[in-house]
Design a protein around this ligand. Sequence first.
Ligand SMILES: [Zn+2]
Length: 92
Amino acid sequence: MTMREVEDQLKDTRLYIGQFSQAVSMDIHRLNVILFSYLKEVGAAEEVTCPSCKQEILIPLIDGLDRETHCPSCNAPLDEGQQSLDDYTEEE
Ligand SMILES: [Zn+2]
């Protein structure tokens, strides 16, 4: 195999990986939309607006799943200035 052929193959592989990862990420995005719409519909998700970047975040409220405490976009804490239910129970 010549150097030129190796380069061409590498280019093809890169292109393929790029298309593949794009397809995967589109699939994941689609699944995310379906999952979160469903969770919202059954009342198993809470909509929160990030105090920092103002993005709307759907937090899944599922037993055994840790509640998200930070914005997935900017990593700012979501519960700042807000007391969670756990805080109230601890006070009693
Ligand atoms: Zn944010």
